[in-house]
Design a protein around this ligand. Structure first.
Ligand SMILES: CC(=O)[C@@H](O)[C@H](O)COP(=O)(O)O
Ligand SMILES: NCC(=O)COP(=O)(O)O
Length: 254
């Protein structure tokens, strides 16, 4: 892929918000880290506000919208979540470029499966129609092993994209023998979605190590949203600089 068509990176800020929420203090700043990510070249920001606000708070959403509008007008805002009335109203107010609908129960620790498109066909068609009438592109979180029938139901909802759930692929970090099978499952789902005329996103537990082999097999993926692995990388690669800054604050010279 040439750079013009390369997969876009949307930085998921949930992990930053979770760190911030450990204290009643404004740092690390979700908006501030979003600014750094966009200034470094990320194509967009993703948030997955959950009903208990354990990481992203409702109040983060308008701040991030304003950051993009005021400072990075070419960037995209992606809001993920279960399409409850509260969520749909939040999305309509924020007018993100994209909403990703995820079948998460509020008690779930993190996203761990895609939609049953046949079972929830009508519910999803209503939610997708409502968001698209507000001008929001809609992506649906999909299991890595959807068959053509499932994809057909997904397509009928009117959604634009499917987001391939890459959690089981990410879990191969300690079971490399399973990697080829997991990629094959994702490729089959991707082929069926592309044949049905749907575009593709991907996300969950992606890292700098597992991303290149995935994109080599499915170069049509338009966007990856990455939070946990990217935040871990930011800590690892930023730790030395932070220690040097604090040593200076303790009075040590370089
Ligand atoms: C849909 C998806 O895979 C991500 O949004 C993931 O669920 C991140 O959410 P948490 O940061 O709450 O785990
Ligand atoms: N949409 C998927 C996503 O945002 C992934 O988050 P993470 O697993 O990288 O934290």
């Amino acid at each position: 892929m040439t750079d013009g068509h390369a997969t876009k990176l949307s930085v998921n800020l949930n992990a930053v918000a979770m760190l911030r929420n450990r204290r009643d203090l404004p740092w690390p700043s979700v908006t501030g880290l979003g600014r750094i990510a966009l200034a470094a070249g990320a194509h967009g920001l993703t948030v997955h506000p959950r009903p208990d606000e354990r990481h992203i708070r409702r109040s983060d959403v308008p701040e991030l919208r304003a950051l993009i509008d005021d400072e990075f007008p070419r960037a995209e805002f992606n809001i993920e979540g279960f399409p409850s009335e509260d969520f749909l109203a939040l999305v309509e107010a924020a007018e993100p470029e994209q909403a990703t609908l995820v079948p998460d129960d509020p008690a779930q620790a993190t996203s761990d499966h895609g939609w049953d498109f046949e079972k929830h066909a009508e519910f999803l068609a209503d939610a997708v129609g409502r968001l698209k009438r507000s001008g929001v592109r809609v992506s649906l979180f999909a299991d890595p092993d959807c068959d053509a029938r499932a994809i057909d139901f997904a397509k009928q909802t009117g959604a634009d994209r499917l987001e391939l759930y890459t959690g089981p692929y990410g879990a191969c970090h300690d079971a490399p023998g399973r990697t080829a099978d997991e990629i094959d499952r994702l490729v089959k789902t991707a082929d069926a979605a592309l044949a049905a005329g749907m575009d593709l996103n991907a996300g969950h537990d992606l890292t700098v190590d597992n991303l290149p082999p995935l994109l080599a097999r499915i170069p049509q993926i338009r966007e990856v949203s990455i939070g946990h692995g990217l935040t871990a990388d930011a800590l690892e690669h930023g730790m030395a600089g932070a220690v040097r800054r604090f040593l200076r604050a303790c009075g040590h010279s370089d």
